[in-house]
Design a protein around this ligand. Structure first.
Ligand code: HEM
Ligand SMILES: CC(C)=CCC/C(C)=C/CC/C(C)=C/COP(=O)(O)OP(=O)(O)O
Length: 309
């Protein structure tokens, strides 16, 4: 092979990698990874030990594929708004690097495959996951996001569903304890997002999206961030109060939730440049750690109970 052919080959593979990267970007892989962590914890808390490998593999693959499909639909439906914002203008569809028709086919493939895998486990999980997909991709993206500043509170239900989806994948039924996990993510979402929306207020205003800092101002949004971190603290006590979780959870979640309240207090009363962004970053580590703590506590409790037996 001569030099020119080699250069040609390298060029083709670079383009292929870039296209592949664009498809991956549209699935919001880091968000999906976090959703899968919450689903995995939901699965593990549903049983005393570890769920079967079949349930974990099919369940996580199915929920992951459906969540990824929802994210691609979000990219498709939001492409004109994304093109107007500094944070999102470079996205594959906003930039026109990927044709919309191909993205639609990709999203449909992910959705059907995800639904099929979950159906093999149980129809309840398949339908609940599909409802979350529709909740995010259609109800939130098409309607709520452009209709009301409470968009992310209501739309947050779809993103909060995975612990329940994980739980039903294992048991085939809705357990009140699983709903407690949903409530945790539900209360976490507003401070997670509004911290970012404060940081990106002008971007949302420019695109005409009625996020809370745009419609009600930054001060009011900071108050709401603080309110929801306090609510999250209260909701965070419920797993312990109901006996679902033990002391490790109580201590771990309290430390994490006090940390979040600390960030929110600073944001409201002692704000400094970049603190809204720092609060948003903290929210991500907070949720990750909270669900790890739930899991560690669960296995610790199980081991302790087995020891007593
Ligand atoms: C309606 C609810 C939600 C809204 C509006 C929202 C909004 C956002 C936005 C706009 C970003 C991008 C920030 C950036 O540009 O870097 C983001 C990042 C992120 N969100 Fe959320 N979010 C929501 C719910 C959730 C849920 C339920 C989870 C997981 C359980 C989650 C996990 C994450 C993670 C891990 C990131 C970081 C992604 C990265 O660094 O690329 N979000 N969120
Ligand atoms: C099936 C299932 C479990 C679905 C889960 C849905 C899902 C992917 C939720 C994530 C929430 C999220 C990233 C919202 C941001 O959308 P945005 O449009 O406000 O943010 P953007 O401007 O960054 O696109």
């Amino acid at each position: 092979m001569d030099k020119l052919q080699w250069l040609d080959r390298i060029g083709v593979s670079l383009v292929a990698t870039a296209v592949w990267q664009d498809y991956l970007t549209m699935t919001k892989p880091k968000v999906v990874a976090m959703l899968l962590l919450t689903a995995l914890v939901g699965m593990c808390l549903a049983v005393p030990t570890i769920p079967s490998a079949r349930v974990m593999l099919l369940g996580l693959a199915g929920i992951g594929l459906q969540a990824a499909a929802a994210a691609v639909f979000n990219h498709i439906l939001d492409r004109h708004f994304d093109a107007q914002m500094a944070r999102t203008y470079h996205r594959p569809l906003a930039k026109g690097r990927i044709p919309t028709s191909k993205a639609v086919v990709f999203a449909c493939l992910l959705m059907v495959l995800g639904f099929g895998l979950l159906w093999l486990l149980n129809p309840l999980t398949a339908w609940l996951t599909m409802a979350s997909l529709v909740g995010y991709a259609v109800v939130y993206t098409v309607w709520l996001k452009h209709a009301t500043p409470q968009n992310i509170v209501i739309g947050g239900l779809a993103g909060a569903a995975p612990p329940l989806l994980g739980w039903t994948a294992v048991t085939g039924s809705v357990d009140p304890h699983a709903l407690l996990l949903v409530m945790l993510v539900f209360a976490w979402t507003p401070p997670h997002f509004w911290a970012l929306a404060i940081h990106r207020r002008d971007d949302y205003a420019k695109a005409g999206i009625p996020m809370l800092p745009v419609t009600h101002g930054i001060e009011y949004t900071k108050t709401m961030v603080l309110f929801y971190t306090l609510l999250l603290f209260a909701v965070g006590l419920l797993p312990w109060l109901t006996g679902m979780s033990g002391g490790i959870y109580l201590i771990g979640s309290s430390v994490l939730n006090f940390g979040f309240i600390g960030y929110a207090i600073k944001l409201k009363y002692f704000d400094t440049t970049g603190h809204a962004w720092a609060t948003f970053r903290y929210s991500i580590w907070h949720l990750l750690a909270l669900f790890v703590v739930l899991l560690v506590d669960h296995w610790w409790l199980t081991a302790a109970l087995n020891g007593i037996d």
